[in-house]
Design a protein around this ligand. Structure first.
Ligand code: CTP
Ligand code: MG
Length: 587
């Protein structure tokens, strides 16, 4: 009779053999590991429910009230969860008993740390999946690395969203889960609106003709929890028909360098404001926020000729705010994205998934964007792709303009498009969102970025030679600058919105498209099951930080035409280009 040892996860042929096994060194070592692990789990709590402004220091401080903390892990990038290990079981029990914990205006939920079967495995087997580091660490370092790796695994497995993916029935459902768990809620919108209201009440006594607008992801349909609040304070100083009403005088704050403004007493009307530079206006607003803005902290001005910004944190909500004073074009492209996002539910599903994926792969995001894609550019890449499916899921900007019965010009640019979505014909494309995602990666892994300018206006690429010729004939395009990736703004045609992307980052971006194209290749068909791990499928695999071995180890011995992607994952990966081309480019 075969007997199974739970601890070592191994079978022996008889009871006698089991007795022998139990006395063995290997079993005793594994049993100790499992014991230790069990104790660690009983002393630990898993906490969720952090807003984007949650600070590691505050959380640790709060939970240290319950007892001595041995280890504290906070997922500081995504702020999905924290794991706290106490010295004594009682501390953990007390935290779990309280369950809901309030801190700085948000509520955290504490529960037991799950004892996943994977962690019951002896440590040796968990490390088998990883490739070996180049240098041999000493024993102590090795142990530390092991537990760090273990925590890494915990991070991945416990990550709230990934966990929810497990229960999904399909990749479509996983995409919906991702979107639902990330999207701004009614409460978030309410909170953002009330911040706007507060700011307008503060600023209007100084600028009675002004209006305040939200733009960007807060209102374009693609906003995720905690995304920054983009604001445009329109002084309406070019609209002369506005009448000056009686307003109580206000003391204007002193701002160094504002030479044009002689008055120390407001309010300011068109005549005064027209004489000021954009940057002076921004500085004036920042002074008002500094002196009077309730809860406005970390205020500073970002100079720029075209679009200076005052950046601050609204402390009560933790939201980062960017307030600009010259941004009607951004307001307009936000409205365009809002139309696209509400035309078809699949648009949001794709944008949310791709934004999440791109952030994870470190190729896009607005935090220290540098040469990465901005979220705005990434969103337009998704739009452009959806204009290029067969049949198109989304119409070109030109088509939307043709459907409009009026022309809208802003700063000399034609920004016309129809806003009433009932006037836009429905797409004939019925492809599922999962397949659209798979094809998105294929589409961009095959795009020859250096050969053309991608134009959302027409929903088509324009070859560089043809574009250059057009530039020589059109004064509107004369300032357009080519980059390793060139995506034309839908309205400001001289603007390449991916100009910040350098050659190195372009390669990184293309590599990621290719890797994900390979990983998602035919994932809805039967072939897929051969490539995936049992418990990792669909988005879990695509959004995992670690590539499945099938994509790496079996090809490590072959040396020709390989690319190394060390910086993309937590361990070195050798990836064979011919494997990519065989599978991904065959489509
Ligand atoms: N914008 C623009 N041109 C750019 C970058 C941004 O016109 N090259 C405008 C767009 O209207 C964009 C808005 O500025 O929606 C805000 O930019 P940003 O905050 O970078 O992007 P969001 O779409 O708001 O993304 P996030 O959720 O990361 O804030
Ligand atoms: Mg934004």
């Amino acid at each position: 009779m075969v007997v199974y040892c739970e601890i070592c996860q191994t079978s022996v042929p008889s009871d006698a053999a089991m007795l022998q096994h139990l006395k063995g060194k290997k079993h005793i070592k594994n049993a100790k590991t499992v014991d230790l692990r069990d104790r660690q789990i009983r002393c630990s709590v898993f906490v969720r429910g952090f807003p984007s402004y949650a600070r590691e220091f505050d959380i640790q401080n709060y939970f240290s009230e319950y007892g001595k903390i041995l280890s504290f892990y906070f997922d500081s990038n995504r702020k999905h969860f924290a794991i706290i290990e106490y010295e004594h079981v009682e501390s953990a029990q007390q935290v779990i008993k309280g369950r809901h914990h309030s801190l700085n205006g948000y509520t955290m939920v504490a529960k037991e740390r799950e004892n996943k079967p994977a962690h019951n495995k002896p440590m040796a087997s968990t490390s088998q999946n990883r490739s070996k580091p180049n240098t041999k660490p000493n024993k102590k370092k090795k142990l530390l690395a092991k537990s760090a790796k273990e925590e890494e695994t915990v991070e991945k497995e416990d990550s709230a969203i990934i966990h929810m993916f497990k229960n999904a029935e399909s990749i479509n459902e996983q995409m919906a889960i991702l979107k639902d768990s990330m999207a701004l809620t009614k409460e978030d919108f309410k909170q953002r609106n009330s911040i706007c209201k507060m700011l307008l009440e503060l600023l209007q006594p100084y600028f009675p003709e002004s209006t305040l607008h939200q733009f960007g992801s807060s209102v374009n349909g693609f906003g995720v929890k905690g995304c920054d609040l983009d604001l445009f304070l329109d002084f309406n100083d070019d609209k002369h028909e506005l009448k000056q009403k009686q307003h109580r005088p206000v003391q204007l704050p002193y701002v160094r360098d504002i030479t044009t403004l002689k008055k120390s007493c407001g309010p300011l009307y068109s005549n005064d404001l027209q004489q000021m530079s954009l940057y002076d206006k921004v500085k004036l607003v920042s002074r008002i926020l500094c002196e009077k803005g309730p809860g406005c902290n970390d205020i500073f001005c970002i100079p720029s000729t075209r679009c200076p910004v005052v950046r601050f944190v609204h402390e009560p909500s933790g939201l980062k705010c960017d307030l600009s004073v010259n941004n009607r074009l951004a307001l307009r492209n936000t409205q365009l994205l809002a139309v696209y996002s509400s035309l078809d539910e699949r648009v949001k599903l794709l944008v949310f998934t791709i934004r999440y994926w791109a952030k994870l792969r470190k190729i896009a995001g607005n935090e220290n964007a540098g040469p990465r894609l901005t979220n705005y550019a990434l969103t337009l890449l998704v739009v452009y792709y959806l204009q290029n499916t067969s049949p198109p899921v989304l119409p070109s900007v030109k088509t939307l303009a043709e459907l409009s019965d009026s022309t809208t010009m802003i700063d000399g640019w034609d920004c016309s498009f129809v806003k009433d979505i009932s006037l836009i014909p429905k797409t004939q494309n019925t492809t599922s969102e999962a397949e659209l995602l798979e094809k998105f990666f294929q589409f961009y892994s095959q795009t020859e970025f250096s050969a053309a300018v991608l134009q959302c206006q027409y929903g088509k690429p324009k070859l560089l030679t043809a574009f250059a010729e057009e530039m020589s004939q059109s004064s509107q395009l004369v300032n357009f600058k080519f980059g390793p990736i060139s995506v034309q703004d839908p309205f400001v045609l001289e603007h390449n919105i991916t100009l910040n992307v350098n050659e190195k980052t372009k390669h990184k971006i293309v590599d990621q498209f290719r890797i994900s194209s390979l990983m998602s290749c035919n994932w809805s068909s039967d072939n897929h099951s051969k490539l995936v791990r049992e418990e990792q499928w669909g988005l879990m695999m695509l959004l995992a930080e670690e590539l499945p071995r099938e994509f790496t180890e079996s090809h490590q011995s072959e040396h020709e035409d390989i690319i190394r992607c060390d910086d993309m994952y937590s361990f070195p990966i050798v990836f064979k280009m011919s494997m990519l081309s065989e599978i991904a480019f065959k489509q």
